[in-house]
Design a protein around this ligand. Structure first.
Ligand code: XMP
Length: 510
């Protein structure tokens, strides 16, 4: 990959945001932990040091070896990075007397060879640190101050080394993106040529080289990540990509057939496997949410393994892993990767897990996956789909699962989701669905008294599913949807709308 930027992570909560901002400039970057420099360090054109929850004066604080970087490549040190350079190169870092959190404004700026170009005095920056740089390191010149922080930015003379105490990556630093642009494009002279199209071209070429004539197996879920991964691989190796799409009987109404047709229409070599009966049989009588998840996970592996074994000489398993999962597993704080590996070495694994793994999206964020999918002509409707849990409707039917309950919930869910689409609300909602409650209530229909099921509707706003709030859907829409559900779905006589936020509630009910 050309024009790479290396972000060395010291464990800051904002490190991923730095990567996002750099990529928004159409520049490719990778995050690596500070204590494990990449083998291909020479390929990186510039380096950014992240912030950190540590104090440079602490015993356990990260102490990176920068001997191959400093003075040899353009270097931007953010927050902890700036303090680290100061502390170990002749400056002084000490606890600050005043709180240095939140908004501040630049009260002094010296241009510093274009570092602050286009940024004016008074520009708002975001501070988040408890130590402060009392004196600059040897050979440094001051570039900026704020009201409370004198040494807010500096440059080391005769080096392309810049350091800032504030966080350019957070939205509240209003000129943060301009500053990154000045450093990466102006000073480090990096070409902003990383776009979805260039990603597709490079990745397809790399996949061709790596996979040759090998056969690859991929499990499609109907979701964005596995679909985009499949289309990329298909571009590279055509029908040597064998996709498997399993119907666990817990998908949305008509989902299996319509998504399968859509995949076939895209030219993918896909096999639809209807294992509904097998899943429902295995789930019979199970009411515990985690019990249901375990059963579905186990049966999926069995079904997938049977199918993958029918593909002779398959060498690879493709997965739609995306960058946030990877960052988590290699993070400074230690992700789960080590345990997963030791587990996998124990043996007794399903056959498909013994295949080599290829993950073409593992360096992309979710919105980048969508843009890459768009640039390859994937239907925007498919790319804009709400997230849907792997165990599907099983965790939206509270209590035990029967095929009758699945059918009822599929009908209710379809009315709700189609209604959102028809009323222009679908794209305003992050995730929506219906829940079948283990509750029966009394109603009247015509002259008759009924005693039937109750469903809850849930629609939430969120960015990542970690926190969420219920959506204020228009009353007229809720009224229309409720009428339609009660009139059309036999067995349901009551509809409620869930107005709980996460936390303390979760998005799913199980
Ligand atoms: P909660 O209910 O934890 O959900 O607020 C957060 C997000 O995760 C999805 N979810 C799951 N996805 N397997 C999945 O693949 C699961 O077991 C599962 N449980 C919850 C949920 O739909 C929401 O998007």
């Amino acid at each position: 990959m050309q024009n790479n930027v290396l972000i060395l992570d010291f464990g800051s909560q904002y490190t991923q945001l730095i990567a996002r901002r750099v990529r928004e400039l159409n520049i490719y970057c990778e995050i690596h932990p500070y204590n494990k420099l990449p083998d291909n360090l020479s390929d990186f054109k510039a380096v950014i040091l992240s912030g950190s929850p540590f104090s440079v004066r602490g015993e356990d604080a990260p102490h990176p070896d920068l001997s191959e970087i400093r003075g040899k490549k353009p270097l931007l040190a953010v927050c902890y990075g700036a303090q680290y350079l100061a502390h170990f190169s002749g400056g002084e870092v000490a606890p600050s007397n005043t709180r240095e959190y939140g908004r501040a404004n630049l009260s002094f700026i010296k241009d510093g060879e274009g570092f602050f170009e286009g940024i004016s005095l008074g520009s708002q920056v975001w501070m988040s640190h408890s130590d402060t740089i009392k004196s600059l390191p040897t050979g440094a010149v001051l570039l900026a101050s704020t009201g409370d922080v004198e040494n807010a930015a500096y440059k080391i003379e005769n080096e392309e080394t810049y350091a800032i105490q504030f966080h350019p990556e957070v939205y509240h630093s209003t000129d943060g993106k301009q500053l990154l642009d000045n450093f990466l494009i102006g000073i480090a002279k990096i070409q902003p040529d990383w776009t979805p199209n260039s990603f597709v071209d490079t990745t397809v070429a790399e996949l061709k080289e790596k996979l040759g004539k090998d056969k690859v197996v991929l499990g499609l879920s109907g979701g964005v990540d596995s679909t985009v991964a499949a289309v990329l691989l298909h571009k590279a190796i055509g029908s040597n990509l064998h996709c498997i799409f399993v119907n666990n009987g817990l998908l949305r109404k008509n989902e299996f057939t319509s998504v399968l047709q859509q995949y076939e229409g895209m030219g993918l070599n896909v096999k639809g496997v209807d294992a509904s009966a097998r899943f429902l049989e295995a789930l019979a009588g199970e009411s515990d949410p985690e019990g249901k998840r375990k059963i579905i996970g186990r049966v999926f592996i069995e079904v997938f393994d049977d199918e993958a074994n029918q593909i002779e000489d398959a060498k690879w398993l493709a997965q739609g892993t995306i960058y946030p999962d990877v960052i988590e597993s290699v993070s400074v704080n230690g992700g789960p990767s080590a345990t997963i590996k030791s587990h996998h070495n124990v043996g007794g694994l399903p056959d498909f897990m013994k295949l080599k793994v290829v993950e073409p999206l593992k360096m992309l964020f979710k919105d980048e996956v969508r843009r890459v999918g768009g640039s390859m002509g994937i239907d925007p409707e498919l790319l804009g789909r709400h997230p849907f849990p792997g165990p599907g409707l099983a965790i939206r039917i509270l209590g035990d699962i029967t095929s009758e309950k699945v059918s009822i919930l599929q009908e209710v869910d379809a009315i709700f989701i189609n209604g959102l689409k028809e009323n222009g609300l679908y794209n305003k909602v992050w995730q929506a669905g219906a829940i079948l409650l283990p509750v029966q209530s009394v109603g009247v229909m015509g002259d008759e008294r009924t005693y039937e099921k109750c469903v809850a509707l849930r629609a939430v706003e969120s960015t990542d599913g970690m926190t969420a709030d219920w959506v204020n859907l228009p009353y007229e829409f809720l009224q229309k949807t409720s009428n339609e559900i009660i009139n059309k779905v036999k067995g349901v006589n009551r509809v409620v709308y869930d107005i709980s936020s996460k936390p303390p509630a979760t998005i799913e009910w199980e």
